[in-house]
Design a protein around this ligand. Structure first.
Ligand SMILES: *Cc1c(COP(=O)(O)O)cnc(C)c1O
Length: 367
């Protein structure tokens, strides 16, 4: 038997699916980019050609997200977890306080890192309601430290599938957000934020690079004397994201994804498609007696759809048969269990329809 070469519908939470057209283009350009005679991986980062790639990547991201001129866009090495530490390293002087919304896994990891650099004023952002469902704690029940240097929150908790439906309103200070798993999925009012960061591997491209969008006038207030230069936002910015060799292939790849998004019609179009995919899936789960959503309406993520089976003993068989049907990576995170369908920009409506059909047939088979 030959190797199965079918490209599956990939519901991975991250590293996540990349549009097939983008992979094909990268493949086509891999050996010889733009007639240059080598791959982008092999291209010096100080060449005018690489600078062209970097500039175009930044311009396209600015177009997609409508990023105002007074914000800097940084393409940085490393992951979102690096930003967990970098944000307080830049924003806080010793003894200063910041507000953190504690959600699930990622925000807990973030608070753990940030607490090395300042005092944490923690507000719970998520709870279990009387029906046993996860929900956001309503903003009018929050208690924040108004003198805190900023409020950090995770706009979409990838692991449990809980997402803010609006930007927080109640904090008058600076907003900082981890948008790893919902950046580029919906319009964002950048001007409400001091800083936004997102690791690439959910909705941007391959892992190893993180995008930071930061308001430039804040640089003056950053407390960076003690901070290694590669971790200082003003330094990375003054060097145009290239204080050293940048993650050049990741930047190029992100650029291909941004071009693809623009061709699709931009963020408003992706947002409509994303809402449609999520509604299809939640509507199906809600009418089912076999599956259910562990998240209350009004708190549900339209990027990471957590699904549980009423009888959890079928999970393993479900995952196995899904795989055989080219529906992969539907297992929930190890800390939360159940199933999870991550339906980022690269997941087509057809992919979600195929999943729903499979879920229905799976239920029928067990009857
Ligand atoms: C995936 C993810 C992270 C962690 O990303 P790394 O690149 O592995 O550090 C952080 N926050 C959120 C919301 C995520 O989804």
């Amino acid at each position: 038997m030959g190797l199965d070469m079918t490209r599956a519908f990939n519901f991975s939470a991250g590293p996540a699916a990349i549009p097939t057209e983008v992979l094909e283009r990268a493949q086509k350009e891999l050996l010889n980019w733009n007639g240059y005679g080598c791959s982008v991986m092999e291209l010096g980062h100080r060449t005018p050609d690489f600078q062209t790639i970097l500039d175009k990547t930044e311009d396209d991201l600015r177009k997609l997200l409508n990023i105002p001129k007074n914000y800097k866009v940084l393409f940085m090495h490393g992951s979102a977890s690096h930003q967990f530490a970098m944000v307080p390293m830049n924003f806080l002087a010793p003894g200063e306080t910041a507000n953190y919304l504690e959600m699930d896994h990622w925000s807990k990891m973030c608070i753990k890192e940030a607490s090395r650099f300042g005092d944490m004023h923690i507000q719970q952002g998520i709870r279990t309601n009387s029906d046993g469902l996860l929900e956001l704690v309503p903003e009018n029940e929050w208690s924040l430290d108004e003198k805190g240097k900023y409020l950090h929150f995770t706009s979409n908790e990838t692991i449990v599938g809980v997402q803010f439906q609006d930007d927080p309103q109640s904090f008058s200070g600076k907003l900082v957000s981890d948008m790893c798993s919902d950046i580029l999925s919906r319009p964002i009012d950048i001007e409400k934020y001091a800083l936004i960061y997102a690791g690439a591997q959910k909705n941007i491209g391959p892992s190893g690079m993180t995008v930071v969008i930061v308001r430039e006038d804040l640089f003056e207030s950053f407390q960076t004397e003690r901070v290694p230069s590669l971790f200082q936002y003003p330094h990375v910015s003054s060097k145009g994201s290239m204080p050293n060799t940048p993650p050049s292939f990741g930047i190029y790849f992100a650029g291909l994804v941004f071009e693809w998004l623009l061709e699709q019609g931009g963020i408003e179009e992706m947002y409509q498609r994303n809402l449609k995919k999520a509604h299809m899936l939640y509507d199906y789960v809600d009418q089912s007696n076999f599956y259910h959503s562990p998240v209350a309406k009004g708190s549900r993520s339209f990027m990471n759809v957590a699904i549980q089976m009423k009888d959890r003993k079928h999970e393993e068989r479900f995952l196995h048969e899904a795989r055989e049907n080219h529906l992969i990576a539907l297992k929930g995170h190890k800390t939360f269990g159940g199933l999870r369908a991550s339906i980022y920009n690269a997941m087509s409506i057809e992919g979600v329809e195929t999943l729903i059909r499979f879920m229905d047939q799976f239920e029928q088979r067990l009857k």
